[in-house]
Design a protein around this ligand. Structure first.
Ligand code: UD1
Ligand code: CA
Length: 451
């Protein structure tokens, strides 16, 4: 069955107290909106339509960056969730398939859950609603179930009778229905209710009037959670991290102190990876099986291969690619660099815009001078090269295979294979001068005290 998702994201998000539209606030390094879009990807939705309003330009930019095929429709006045969905009518004109309504501020709805809703559709329900169990009192719409276990109506809290208010099964807001039926029912929604809004939820009652079957699918309250304030944003971050840590461990990674490891929304962790305390992942990182990430490392946009060791206290920035059994040690920063198999950058170095050959050794304090203030330049270090401590490699520059640099060198010219590059002042020793100098200084200090 073809499917489309409509993501409602027009609201102001007043309680965020923010100039940024609510759906662009981040959990695990990605805007809330992107979490919802990923759920749509998980069911291979053919179309993604985002209903934007407040901050629409910013929302559009983020959405299209993630998926250039997404369509943005504008809801200039927020007249209710039914009205919001109606804005997607022409974008879905002629679309023959199921529509899932998602929300830009409800980040955790999983593709599995959406598949369950699709199953309920396949089993004969025309409209499927996602519910979750919360004890009353709550402000959510209540799912009123019929005796046969099907869904009879959704009643908004403001419009509910006391008996209905005691219902625990609440409306997450996520709804699935065939496109043509959905937009047909939406035409019949009125705004005669306690809020004066066009309630999307009315489609259930309207479908029942036509004797169509409706169904509810249930997920956890955590999955259905919406973010309305910074406090809830922090709670959402906590949920995300708990689940990501658990998943990493269940998939075979050891986390020495799981509560101190922070994953990004898309971090990939292999089997038999060990992650020590206080490690932070930014977006777009993959840690392959058997890699070892030591404490206090910060990793973003990096690929760490099998058997590589990172940290403690290492920083991998976007484009850092560590081949098998390579090593990036304490207080090293690596950016846009391929580190060859078995190569080592062990102490206090900055390596950026470089290629490092297999089994090369980068001495303590090595710096690639990659930036001239305007342009970035590349440094190439050959296989088995040995870079002496405190070498400055002024890019663009190439150090050959099996070549060396002398400690403290400033290397501005290419070094051929197997050659030693020395770029430093020659040392001179002055006999007795240290002692003479010290005596002179001591005498000056004594004279100063007397005077
Ligand atoms: C809605 C549901 C309620 C459900 C709850 C779950 C309706 C009528 N009620 O209530 O049953 O329990 O969500 O959180 O649907 N939005 C727009 N344009 C609008 C109105 C809303 O884009 O004109 C967006 C908002 O930005 C928000 C979402 O839709 O992200 C939900 O709207 P909101 O007004 O918060 O609905 P609730 O009253 O919470
Ligand atoms: Ca709400």
């Amino acid at each position: 069955m073809n499917s489309a998702v409509i993501i409602l994201a027009a609201g102001m998000g007043t309680r965020m107290q923010s100039d940024l539209p609510k759906v662009l606030h981040k959990v695990a390094g990605a805007p809330l909106l992107i979490h919802s879009m990923r759920a749509g990807d998980g069911i291979d939705a053919q179309k993604t339509i985002i209903v934007a309003g407040h901050g629409a330009e910013l929302v559009e930019k983020v959405a299209l960056d993630y998926n250039p095929d997404a369509q943005i429709v504008i809801q200039s006045e927020q007249l209710g969730t039914g009205h919001a969905v109606d804005q997607a009518r022409s974008a879905l004109d002629g679309f023959d398939g199921d529509v899932f309504i998602l929300y830009g501020d409800t980040p955790f709805i999983s593709a599995d859950t959406l598949s369950k809703m699709a199953d309920a559709r396949a089993n004969g329900a025309s409209v499927v609603v996602l519910g979750f169990d919360v004890p009353p009192p709550s402000g959510y719409g209540r799912l009123v179930m019929a005796a046969d276990g099907s869904l009879d109506a959704i009643v908004e809290s403001k419009d509910a009778t006391d008996a209905q208010k005691s219902i625990r099964l609440c409306n997450s807001g996520v709804i699935c229905a065939p496109s043509a039926l959905l937009f047909d029912l939406i035409r019949e929604i009125s705004n005669e209710n306690a809020s004066g809004e066009y309630y999307l939820t009315d489609v259930v009652g309207l479908a029942r009037k036509r004797d169509l079957k409706c169904a509810a699918v249930e997920c956890s309250a955590q999955e259905a959670m919406g973010v309305n304030s910074r406090v809830e944003l922090a709670v959402a971050e906590g949920y995300f991290q708990q689940n990501a840590r658990r998943d990493a461990m269940l998939n075979g990674a050891t986390l020495t102190a799981p509560e101190t490891v922070w994953f990004a929304y898309d971090t990939v962790i292999g089997r038999d990876v060990i992650i020590e305390q206080n490690v932070i992942f930014g977006p777009d990182s993959t840690i392959e099986s058997g890699a070892y990430i030591r404490a206090f490392s910060h990793i973003e946009g990096a690929h760490v291969s099998k058997g590589a060791i990172v940290g403690p206290y290492a920083r991998l920035r976007p484009g850092a690619e560590l081949a098998n059994d390579s090593k990036v040690g304490n207080f090293c920063e690596v950016k846009n660099t391929q580190v060859g198999e078995g190569a080592k950058i062990n102490h206090l170095s900055y390596v950026g815009d470089a290629t490092i050959g297999d089994d090369a050794n980068i001495g303590a304090g090595t710096i690639t001078c990659n930036y001239d203030g305007v342009f970035k330049h590349h440094t190439e270090i050959g296989a088995r090269a040995f870079i002496g401590s405190n070498t400055a490699l002024v890019a663009p520059v190439r150090v050959g295979d099996d070549a060396m640099t002398g400690s403290g060198s400033i290397i501005t010219k290419d070094i051929p294979d197997e050659a030693l590059g020395l770029g430093r002042a020659r040392q001179e020793n002055k006999q007795g001068l240290a002692l003479r100098l010290m005596n002179k200084l001591k005498a000056a200090k004594a004279a100063k005290k007397k005077g």
